[in-house]
Design a protein around this ligand. Structure first.
Ligand code: NAD
Ligand code: DAU
Length: 355
């Protein structure tokens, strides 16, 4: 039986992962350690919370004594580390928490795993520490090319710089102490349970409510979109078959300009719930607003390594995934309304009010 510590399992990707892992790894126990920040929501896992193989612990990855007691008590042999501050815009207005959680929190977790597992360099260690990271560590691409595992790091936002730092720490713990670390760097995810500060759920929710749709700059920035369940399948494959000390890039091979994504959502919603009460199509709500500071122009992932080594490839196309995602937000308006509480409205006003 595997004893898996998932950090940040009440967030977007973490909750999708916990649900899939409980289903696909029947002889595993999952301990979900989550601070339950604004982005962490136990509702995301309400359907599985009574599973005897699952336990939620509210806590902070920076809390060393809590981490030590969890490793000891739960005999943790596998870590899947999602917990992070994850929103680029928030890292621009308030970087402190990104430095604390993403860098100091990852360091704490690595160091506790090292003490608990007693691994040594050059002798194989059966445990696994999977550090979940992002393609943003590689910086911004021009018109062509894609990030591979050997692309030099060039982070440009406090968020991506903090993730890059955490990747370097994870790699250092492999090389220096023999901690069995694997790093994954993934492109933009979308799907159910994503907090509505991120582009796709923000546009869906605003468009459903007939609110303006803020598109930064000229809308020509490109992201490589991956349906969240494909990311979770990739993580399970890496856990089972990934080589320690390696990095694996994960991406959707599905590059889209932001404006294309926004227009697609408008068209799907017009079809699904009808045009606006005025009779206008939802595209009429699009507004080009002041750009994000230091906005990376284009991301694209070369995922040939994980495909070659593990046979992993995305199974959900963008066209299928975006329809499924829009349907989910239509069907789960109470979920969105609950997370878009007073603090979200304050955030929205500060972020978009003067744009
Ligand atoms: P999210 O913001 O939805 O969830 C983050 C979770 O971490 C929340 O449940 C939050 O409560 C928890 N958390 C935050 N600080 C914590 C702390 N100090 N201790 C314990 N828990 C804490 O994030 P997400 O989009 O699900 O991303 C998860 C991970 O995947 C992050 O590491 C992110 O960098 C990475 N990633 C995200 C994407 C994406 O497109 N969303 C793509 C590639 C990589
Ligand atoms: O690439 C992986 C990264 O993807 C993850 O590491 C991050 O955690 C995740 O948040 C995401 O970062 P982005 O900055 O790419 O995602 P976001 O949804 O914030 O923005 C996507 C694009 O849409 C980006 O070019 C900015 C733009 N945008 C975003 C918002 C919120 C808008 O035009 N309008 C908006 O209101």
């Amino acid at each position: 039986m595997k004893h898996i510590l998932v950090t940040g399992g009440c967030g977007f990707i973490g909750s999708n992962f916990v649900r899939m892992a409980l289903g696909q790894l029947p002889s595993s126990r999952i301990v979900n350690l989550d601070k339950l920040t604004y982005a962490g929501n136990p509702e995301n896992l309400r359907d599985i919370e009574d599973d005897p193989r699952y336990r939620l612990v509210k806590g902070d990855i920076c809390d060393r004594s809590l981490m030590e007691s969890l490793f000891d008590e739960e005999k943790i042999d596998t870590v899947v580390h999602f917990a992070a501050e994850s929103h680029v815009d928030r890292s621009i207005t308030g970087p402190d928490e990104f430095i604390r959680t993403n860098i100091f929190g990852t360091f704490t977790l690595l160091d506790v795993a090292r003490s608990a597992w007693g691994c040594m360099p050059s002798s194989p260690c059966p445990q696994r520490f999977l550090h979940v990271s992002t393609d943003e560590v590689y910086g911004s691409l021009g018109e062509s090319g894609a990030f591979s595992e050997t692309t030099p790091y060039d982070p440009r936002s406090p968020y991506s710089a903090s993730k890059a730092s955490s990747d370097h720490l994870a790699s250092a713990y492999f090389h220096t102490y023999g901690l069995p670390v694997i790093i994954t760097n993934c492109s933009n995810n979308y799907g159910p349970y994503q907090f509505p500060e991120k582009l796709i759920p923000l546009i869906i929710n605003n468009a459903l409510k007939g609110m303006e749709l803020p598109v930064y700059g000229d809308g020509g920035n490109v992201r490589d979109w991956l349906f969240v369940e494909d990311h979770c399948r990739a993580i399970l494959a890496v856990l089972a078959r990934g080589r320690v000390g390696e990095t694996y890039n994960i991406g959707g091979s599905s590059e889209k300009r932001n404006i294309e994504v926004v227009e697609t959502i408008c068209d799907i919603l017009d079809e699904a719930v009808g045009r606006l009460p005025s009779g206008m199509p939802r595209r009429s709500l699009i507004r080009f607003v002041k750009d994000r500071a230091g906005h990376d122009r284009r991301y694209a992932i070369d995922a040939s390594k994980i495909k070659a080594e593990m046979g992993w490839a995305p199974v959900v196309t963008f066209e299928q995934g975006i329809r499924c995602t829009v349907d989910w937000y239509i069907m789960n308006r109470t979920w969105s309304d609950a997370v878009m509480d007073g603090s979200y409205r304050k955030y929205y006003e500060e972020m978009y009010g003067g744009r």
